[in-house]
Ligand binder design. Structure first.
Ligand SMILES: NC(=O)c1ccc[n+]([C@@H]2O[C@H](COP(=O)([O-])OP(=O)(O)OC[C@H]3O[C@@H](n4cnc5c(N)ncnc54)[C@H](OP(=O)(O)O)[C@@H]3O)[C@@H](O)[C@H]2O)c1
Length: 396
């Protein structure tokens, strides 16, 4: 029986993980959970899974959840909050496997502390690999514990890598659906609305990753994540647009053989793989091979999707540049979702922040978080300046 901590239990990946736990009750038990602000769902999950610890983001929400559980006669759950709460969830002594699925750097400290505590990790939170991948992978190597990718592309690469040695790999090919704007002319990009950008053609995901998929920044993050997870330079991690999202990624070996992983577009499969690795277990997540009539591939258009270019540049530089890339993107995407900036301004904000970021290499999680906070502040200032200039234009 594997004893799990689920960081981000109320999110898309967290809920899919719980579905896997429902399907395999003899294999997995949920020991601890961490949610953000969705207290109603955190309550329902506490009732259903009776974790030893449930963490939520805010202190006031923790108090409200505690009260609600008490009123319903549900005891034995330690309700905690904030970063200290997520760290407690991730490092609980009764946990042996941590699913890291909080979105953004909010999940960074808990993920790092889990690695340091010697837990095995199922990694969905790509932003923490972008910001601190070098530090996290070094610690995992020290602990001799695996970082098993849940992100479908890296999960596919992990599966294909079982076909050869790392030093036999020539290139990794990450597939990208291309998002909802693959065929939209560049001249129409400025008018893209939040509703259009949230309408992903093949995957149902959280809001931030859906916007990141529309700008292709998500693929850029995945390039950095792949470099860190598989210890490869950015020049060997290629992106190829594949709108059907049938092939989740490919690994090209030095003899010319290319291995690909194909499956349904359902995150429960990579989660199940990570949870049961190195075993494979029966599942109902079957892919109908005969349905595969057509597989298209294109080179990504870096002029239309400058976020991908920025990500490659940050991948080459590493350190502070990749921390800023993620921080600026998080702030810019939130501003886009709030209607403060337009779609094409997302890469503009990120570029401005990267231009102001020194090429340094923070060596601790504390330093990473300081660098992240600074980049966020710069991003907010850039957005404010953009808003002011729009107001000025409109008032003339
Ligand atoms: N969804 C996918 O298919 C997919 C695929 C590959 C990788 N990923 C990666 O997996 C991660 C999660 O993605 P998602 O799509 O599941 O996102 P999501 O649906 O937005 O869920 C995010 C989770 O993080 C929690 N959270 C947010 N801020 C928090 C905080 N300050 N403290 C504690 N918890 C916090 C949320 O809690 P509340 O909802 O309670 O606020 C929620 O449980 C991301 O890094 C994403 O890039 C996702």
């Amino acid at each position: 029986m594997k004893r799990l901590a689920i960081l981000g239990s109320t999110g898309s990946i967290g809920r899919s993980t719980l579905k896997i736990c429902e399907s395999y009750p003899d294999r997995f038990t949920v020991v601890t959970m961490a949610a953000g602000g969705n207290i109603d769902l955190a309550f329902e999950q506490s009732k259903r899974w009776k974790p030893k610890v449930m963490s939520v983001a805010a202190e006031a929400d923790a108090a409200a959840l505690r009260k609600k559980l008490e009123a319903s006669g549900i005891g034995g759950i330690d309700v905690v909050h904030g970063t200290a709460g997520t760290v407690l969830v991730a490092t609980h002594p009764d946990v042996d496997f941590v699913v890291s699925a909080i979105v953004g750097v909010a999940g960074l400290e808990a993920t790092y502390e889990a690695v340091k505590a010697g837990k095995s990790i199922g990694l969905a939170n790509k932003e923490c690999m972008v910001a601190a991948g070098e530090i996290i992978t070094a610690e995992a190597r020290k602990q001799g514990k695996p970082l098993l990718p849940i992100d479908s592309e890296h999960n596919a690469v992990h599966q294909c890598m079982r076909g050869g040695r790392l030093d036999e790999v020539k290139n990794v090919w990450l597939t990208a659906s291309g998002g909802p704007f693959l065929h939209t002319p560049a001249k129409d990009f400025a008018a893209i609305s939040v509703r259009q950008a949230l309408n992903h053609p093949t995957w149902k995901m959280g809001r931030r990753i859906t916007i990141d998929s529309a700008t292709l920044m998500n693929k850029g993050f995945e390039v950095i994540e792949a470099c860190r997870l598989f210890d490869m330079p950015p020049s060997q991690v290629k992106v190829i647009v594949h709108p059907q999202s049938t092939i989740h990624s490919l690994v090209e070996f030095n003899d010319g053989s290319i291995l690909a992983q194909l499956s349904v577009t359902d995150m429960r499969l990579p989660i199940l793989y990570a949870l049961t690795y190195p075993e494979r277990v029966e599942s109902d997540l079957k892919f109908d091979v005969l349905s595969m009539k057509k597989l298209d591939f294109y080179e990504p258009n870096l002029d239309k999707f400058p976020c991908l270019r920025l990500a490659y540049e940050a991948a080459e530089a590493g350190g502070a540049k990749s921390i800023s890339l993620n921080a600026a993107d998080e702030v810019a995407v939130a501003a886009f979702l709030d209607g403060q900036i337009g779609f094409t301004q997302i890469p503009e904000v990120i570029k401005a922040v990267l231009d102001e970021t020194a090429n340094t290499h923070p060596e601790s999680i504390k330093k990473v978080l300081e660098c992240d906070a600074h980049a966020r502040e710069v991003a907010r200032q850039v957005i404010e300046r953009k808003e002011k200039s729009v107001t000025k234009v409109l008032s003339h």
